[in-house]
Design a protein around this ligand. Structure first.
Ligand SMILES: [Zn+2]
Length: 393
């Protein structure tokens, strides 16, 4: 079972370099990629119907089985299967999302859905070209070639094209991982989104930080703006802001000194501050308000000491002794459904990792272990982690 996977991964890598070496053989692949890019799947109104119709056509040409699941109304999820010789083995899932983030049309040299190709540099300009339509198309192109070379995988290979990753994945992967279709797939390994590599190294991303969206509210006696007194809402809140800022600095210093990667520290950023008594032209200037509020976007790496952070919140950032209360708008667990940190081991303890490493090396690629880190923003990976736990051995 291990050998078959190695063969597949190796083939994907080899075919990618073969296409680069011989541009004419990749012409069809490039025009198919452009066609996908020209479908406007920008949030908040992605044309999922057109994307799925196009991809179903591609799947049929590649000889893959296709099913469209509509787990949320109007949000089709395309599920493709390349049957393996031994379907009882845990399968491999290759995932990509079909939606893209919006674009400011007037700031683009080429319209964002034109997929303009600059012949001299070979660059293609389009929203979603990296995030992440290129990945989905690379899977399909690699499979096309492997199939035409007569290759049959040992285990089932699934390819999913999912909606709504850019708006949280609730109508996409989140529903999918709890569906009966997903359970029946018996997934052993998922490959999903990372960040594009600016060089020719393969960078591996093996976890995702969990977002905590936190609001802290302060209350205090209102008072005249001319008087100094203890315990105003603003004073209570600003003490918290100072404590949070000190913590933020301590984490950022670890990144600046090179001791930790950005994805390995707890990031804390202020999203909003809300206080004051409004007037039609601004704020009342001689009044200390009775309420004040701050909103924070906190990202927690799977390795973080969560209990310590929660204690810090209760004791330093929002102590009830200073009339502060807090509420989580979102609090994603750093653990998977099996109670372990949602993180794929990227070392020799994980047989899937060894296969990937071996395949990249055999294809002449560079796998830069120092650049293994946690990406900043993939929501679907986190859901997959929480749904599947550690890869099966
Ligand atoms: Zn993405």
């Amino acid at each position: 079972m291990a050998t078959a996977s190695a063969t597949l991964l190796l083939s994907l890598a080899l075919l990618a370099s073969a296409a680069a070496a011989s541009p004419s053989s990749g012409a069809g692949a490039i025009s198919r990629f452009q066609e996908y890019l020209r479908i406007d799947t920008a949030q908040p109104a992605p044309d999922y119907a057109a994307a799925v119709a196009f991809l179903r056509g591609q799947a049929s040409e590649a000889g893959l089985e296709a099913r469209t699941l509509e787990l949320a109304a109007g949000k089709p999820l395309l599920l493709l299967r390349w049957p393996g010789r031994r379907p009882s083995l845990p399968s491999i899932l290759l995932n990509s999302h079909t939606d893209v983030v919006p674009s400011e049309r007037q700031k683009w040299d080429h319209p964002p859905f034109s997929a303009a190709l600059d012949e001299a540099s070979g660059r293609i300009y389009a929203r979603g070209s990296q995030d992440m339509k290129c990945v989905g198309m690379q899977y399909l192109e690699a499979i096309r070639r492997l199939r035409s070379a007569g290759f049959v995988p040992d285990r089932n290979i699934y390819i999913t094209f999912v909606p709504d990753e850019e708006i949280g994945g609730h109508g996409g992967v989140e529903l999918f991982v709890s569906s009966k279709e997903f359970k029946e797939m018996n997934v052993g390994l998922v490959l999903d989104e990372g960040l594009a590599s600016p060089g020719d190294e393969y960078r591996v991303f093996y976890a995702e930080r969990s977002p905590w969206w936190l609001t802290i509210k302060a209350k205090g006696a209102p008072g005249h703006g001319a008087k100094l007194y203890d315990g105003s809402a603003m004073e209570n809140l600003m003490k918290s802001v100072e404590a949070i800022r000190r913590f933020r600095t301590s984490q950022f210093d670890l990144v600046k000194s090179g001791e930790k990667a950005e994805g390995d520290v707890v990031s804390v950023n202020f999203a909003y501050l809300k206080a004051g008594t409004p007037t039609p032209t601004g704020f009342v200037m001689n009044l200390q308000p009775s309420e004040a509020e701050v909103g924070l976007d906190i990202r927690i790496p799977p390795s973080a000491h969560v209990e310590a952070l929660e204690r810090r919140l209760v004791e330093e950032w929002a102590p009830s002794s200073r009339n502060l209360t807090f509420e989580f708008k979102q609090k994603m667990s750093v653990l998977d459904n099996f109670g372990k940190p949602a993180m794929t081991p990227a070392d020799s303890t994980n047989p899937w990792w060894l296969l990937l490493e071996e395949a990249v090396k055999s294809a002449g690629g560079k796998l830069v272990s120092a650049q293994r880190r946690v990406p900043q923003r993939n929501r679907d990976i986190r859901v997959h982690h929480q749904g599947t736990g550690h890869p099966q051995r």
